[in-house]
Design a protein around this ligand. Structure first.
Ligand code: CA
Ligand code: CA
Length: 100
């Protein structure tokens, strides 16, 4: 539960930071906030990546929260191609999608 709170907090923090920085960062080709989202993914990994391969599997993702219904939905969303693992690129892509 506590880990999930940390995860939610870091996501919230990044999203609010992005909203604040949107006006300054949008003009360039690569979104400046992509690095922030990558950092968020790495933070989630330090809590959730049990086998240390740098990728969050469905099982590892499901272990983030005891609220299985909610976390299952989040994990499924993050796993954009549905292959059972959430890569850094997928996570970045999906978070950017939420923000649009
Ligand atoms: Ca892993
Ligand atoms: Ca995937």
């Amino acid at each position: 539960m506590k880990r999930y709170a940390i995860l939610l907090f870091s996501v919230m923090f990044i999203v609010s930071f992005l909203i604040l920085s949107d006006s300054v960062s949008f003009a360039k080709g690569k979104p400046a906030h992509e690095d922030l989202i990558r950092n968020a993914y790495r933070q989630i990994c330090t809590a959730a990546d049990k086998n240390g391969d740098g990728i969050i599997s469905m099982d590892e993702c499901m272990a983030i929260s005891r609220d299985k219904k909610k976390i299952a939905k989040d994990c499924k969303y993050w796993d954009a191609d549905g292959n059972g693992v959430i890569t850094e690129d997928e996570y970045v892509k999906q978070v950017i999608k939420i923000m649009r």
